[in-house]
Design a protein around this ligand. Sequence first.
Ligand code: FAD
Length: 400
Amino acid sequence: MSSAAAFDVAVAGGGIVGAACALACAQRGLRVALVERDTLGSGATAAGMGHIVVMDDSEAQFALTRYSQQLWHKLAATLPASAEYEQRGTLWIAADQEEMEAAEKKHRWYSERSVPCELLTPAQLAEAEPNLVRSLAGALLVKEDGVVYPPTVALELARRAEQLGDRLFVGRAIRSAGDGRIQLEDGSAIEAARIVLALGADSVQLAPHIPVRKRKGHLVITDRYPGFVRHQLVELGYLKSAHSTSADSVAFNIQPRRTGQILIGSSRQFGVEHTETDQHILAAMLARAAIYMPAIRGLSAIRVWTGFRAATPDKLPLIGPDSHDPTLFLATGHEGLGITTSLATAELTADLLTNRTPAIAATPYLPTRYAQSQPTGKESRREETNAMEWSHAGVDHGIQ
Ligand SMILES: Cc1cc2nc3c(=O)[nH]c(=O)nc-3n(C[C@H](O)[C@H](O)[C@H](O)COP(=O)(O)OP(=O)(O)OC[C@H]3O[C@@H](n4cnc5c(N)ncnc54)[C@H](O)[C@@H]3O)c2cc1C
């Protein structure tokens, strides 16, 4: 890539996706600027659970999560201890026989694609996780899934990018981005041949035409209880309620941290943009957790917080050139999988920007899949895109 601009690439947003993109671009010899309004890794990256999980909702989702998981395995060996990376494995919990059949289907699907996994009987499950209720039908253990502390990784990736020559602009809010220029709120500007838009759930503020909606989530963290939970535990029950018309949902999703603390999730809400805790959602989430793990009621919670996922109608991120502005490149819309898929997103982004062939096909993630619904006027574009695309939104199998 050659340009008369000060930078080859300016990355807007210093979450885990933006930091990973900045590093991957620098590793390919590009001159990169990374711009973040707050501190690095402070957005959804700080609010997320840090579950590195391979997923099977579609072939495209599987390809991206599995590729990224393998990149995480390589990166993990070089991360500082403060990144808290651990390969805990995920236990997909089946509450009854119907869910056990779903676990068996998942087992076949993963096994056909060489993902190490194993079905557990109720007795094996009780031995693996003694604090789970005893009435369960079994589980699927997906062995290579991991856990990480995402804000530390975002900082680490940005630090490595800086060492390769990237310029970090931290504490600098962006007013607009496009036509090869990032206009900052302080009146200054950054010129770049390409702008990578990695603003997470806020991406739509600077690119109102893209089909991204905020999806709120709650998490609770407990005091230290080493050994209380050993794997990431996720209920398979969401399969039954996937067609629910309710906008709000909660699911049993629990994570052991290296510190001995336990992260309890998770919730999903559309149409709620305030950051405050919703008491009814919190209560429903904890009640759900207590059904699977009654002893949770006896643990002390030390903090509750919320965050926003960047949701797209087809549950796949937007990675690739924007359909309207040739200088704009999107790296957003990762919903509940952006920690997992950050590294693959960065490799795809850097490969596409330097005309290399990516390790996996980029087509399913290209923003052009929504292009036909994007008219020219910005506001009408947003309305029409949302009206058309969200009416076709598929089944929600998100877990985080
Ligand atoms: C409750 C919850 C649980 C989750 N659990 C998981 C999980 O277990 N596993 C998983 O893979 N994913 C999980 N996710 C999703 C994951 O957290 C996100 O997909 C991921 O963090 C997105 O990273 P990002 O860099 O795109 O966005 P962000 O981390 O939000 O980064 C965007 C950055 O852009 C900055 N920014 C915004 N506007 C401007 C502006 N105008 N000027 C300058 N900077 C700006 C923000 O300050 C922010 O730092 C979870 C999300 C939530 C909410």
